[in-house]
Design a protein around this ligand. Structure first.
Ligand code: ZN
Length: 588
């Protein structure tokens, strides 16, 4: 896994949703403004944005047409494009390979000014399958290209697409959605990049741009010369002179005319991302509606994102240059919904065909929001952690881990004794739900701490019991871990989750032969010897200093190693913020 120090030159298409995040301004404006002046200003801005959108789209279309002609007619150009695209694809295949095969380890590399975290897939196959299933259901029937939708594990809301047809969406981004319709919009947006072959176009256009500009400049220069020459011939004073004078003045005019012509040459300085992102937004709305999703949910999604970044700037890391974009995109969505898409929307609405959400979505989000909430907690993204975990426990009330971490975040940010009581309640239900499997001994410890603080004698007695229970369940869990000797799948907590959902709440696997009865080995390990079978299972309850989340071992590993990397490279003052930033360094 030593490759990929050069992943920076791979520039995933889009990272789209990130740059949505930069508009703390937009929240007040979605509902319309009360003041007429403001309204006028808004309309003016809207029109300006809409003109810019059209102008850029035109430039992009012109250049693309030129590039396609060249591609069809010039074998040399054809070869260069194919070669460049092939290089890009193999580079991005390596990126996909890295993500597919990265397990618990995350590496932080400093590349120039940028620190990059290697990403890993979210270790929950059922949620992965669900998102991919929703995504595949969105692929237009005329699409020839195969693609796959994958969830990467990161609390930072990002989404991007590789030239391989791989579509990545982060847990952080999915955790911001409220329903399947919003998820479908995000997936459709990414899908658009595959459907329109944006990577190929990008490569082709980039190679054609220089030649295109050269020809445009030459054309303009000739124009300028003609126009300037004509104008020069009529400058005052030239008239009535002799033929020589006229010619001389005309020549001066021709020179300045050429300069002006060159300056105004239609230089294509296309903002690729801007145009492709707009096209993807456009497609996403239409496609979602085609697949019967309720697109009225889209402006709400933008609103949620706006709010999220207002509360926590890290959510929009790296896109400081694009503050106005979210507003523009929301306006555009509202405009389409209110005009072009209106008849179709209303037809589907009255036929009761529109999908808002699905039972599957609720179930999956209970898990994803829990896991992302845990990760967010370890990145000190308190607001996201709090929201995600609150939603997780309300989506599914019998999830011990969700309750434990919700209790944790409540305890952490508690300001009043009422807040602490709420935390206590959550921790108590976590303990109750964990009674069979004893996965979360730390819940007892955290609860004991709350009880000790209360000071009354009943609470003190409860605290004593909780501490005893903590030590005993910790011990049981530790012994169990050793006896399993690293033989269990790494995502055991998730598998237990699936079993619980299926009604099986007590089953535990047997211990592997030749390890389980090894009392000597147990004793050795118990005395602090080195016979700890597997790092992954041994660290599970090795939490004397810091309480580690049982279910998010990987996430924490990531967070911790990211933090360590930061310290090592010395680049960061505010740890997680800068650490998370690099994911966004690509393009807007
Ligand atoms: Zn995009």
């Amino acid at each position: 896994m030593a490759k990929c120090t050069h992943t920076l030159c791979v520039t995933p298409l889009c990272l789209v949703f990130l740059f949505l995040f930069f508009a703390p301004v937009a929240s007040a404006q979605l509902g319309g403004s009360k003041h007429k002046g403001d309204q006028d200003k808004q309309e003016e801005l809207q029109q300006k944005n809409s003109r810019l959108r059209e102008k850029e789209a035109k430039k992009y279309a012109d250049l693309t047409e030129f590039a396609q002609d060249e591609y069809a007619g010039d074998p040399d150009f054809h070869d260069r494009v194919d070669q460049a695209f092939q290089d890009l694809q193999s580079e991005q295949s390596m990126e996909a390979f890295d993500i597919n095969t990265t397990d618990t380890e995350q590496i932080v590399v400093k590349e120039g000014d940028v620190i990059k975290i290697r990403r890993a897939l979210y270790d929950n196959p059922r949620v992965q399958d669900y998102v991919n299933r929703v995504g595949q259901g969105l692929v237009p029937s005329d699409s020839q290209k195969l693609c796959a939708f994958k969830i990467i594990q990161s609390p930072v809301p990002i989404a991007y697409t590789l030239s391989t047809g791989t579509i990545y969406v982060s847990t952080g981004l999915i955790s911001l959605t409220d329903n399947e319709a919003q998820l479908a919009y995000i997936l459709s947006h990414e899908l658009a990049h595959v459907y329109f072959d944006h990577w190929k176009v990008k490569v082709m256009d980039a190679l054609a741009e220089q030649e295109y500009n050269r020809r445009q400049e030459r054309k303009s220069a000739i124009y300028g010369a003609i126009l300037g020459g004509a104008a020069g011939a009529f400058v005052p004073g030239a008239r009535g002179g002799n033929a020589e004078t006229i010619a001389a003045v005309g020549a001066v005019g021709a020179v300045s005319g050429a300069a002006i012509g060159a300056a105004f040459a239609r230089r294509i300085d296309v903002d690729w991302d801007f145009v492709q992102e707009n096209a993807a937004d456009d497609f996403a709305l239409k496609n979602s509606l085609d697949k019967n999703y309720d697109i009225q949910e889209v402006p709400k999604l933008y609103q949620v994102m706006t709010n999220a970044v207002t509360v926590d700037q890290r959510i929009g890391l790296g896109f400081l240059g694009n503050k106005k974009r979210i507003k523009d995109r929301t306006d555009y969505a509202l405009k389409l919904i209110g005009t072009t898409l209106k008849p179709d929307y209303e037809k589907k609405l009255s036929a009761s065909e529109l999908i808002g959400t699905s039972p599957d979505y609720q179930l999956m989000m209970a898990e994803l929001k829990r896991d992302n909430g845990i990760m967010a907690l370890y990145f000190d993204m308190f607001d996201m952690a709090h929201k995600n975990l609150r939603q997780a426990v309300s989506l599914r009330t019998d999830d011990a881990r969700a309750r434990y971490y919700y209790g944790q975040v409540l305890k952490l940010v508690a300001r009043t004794s009422a807040d602490r009581d709420l935390a206590n309640t959550e921790l108590a239900s976590a303990i109750k739900l964990d009674a069979n499997r004893h996965f979360i001994p730390e819940a007892q410890l955290q609860r004991a701490l709350l009880l000790i603080d209360k000071g009354d004698s009943a609470s003190q007695q409860e605290a004593i019991q909780a501490l005893k229970d903590y030590v005993m369940t910790y011990q049981d869990a530790r012994v169990d871990t050793w006896r399993y000797g690293g033989s269990l799948p790494p995502n055991m907590e998730i598998l237990y989750d699936y079993l619980r959902l299926l009604g099986e709440t007590r089953w535990k696997p047997g211990y592997p032969q030749g390890l389980g009865s090894g009392g000597g080995m147990l004793l050795m390990a118990g005395r602090g010897g080195g016979a700890v079978p597997s790092p992954s299972s041994a660290t599970k309850f090795d939490s004397s200093a810091k309480v580690r989340p049982v279910g998010a071992r990987q996430a924490i590993g990531n967070a911790v190693s990211a933090g360590a990397g930061m310290t090592r490279t010395g680049g960061a003052v505010n740890g997680a913020a800068t650490t998370v930033a690099p994911v966004v360094n690509k393009q807007y």
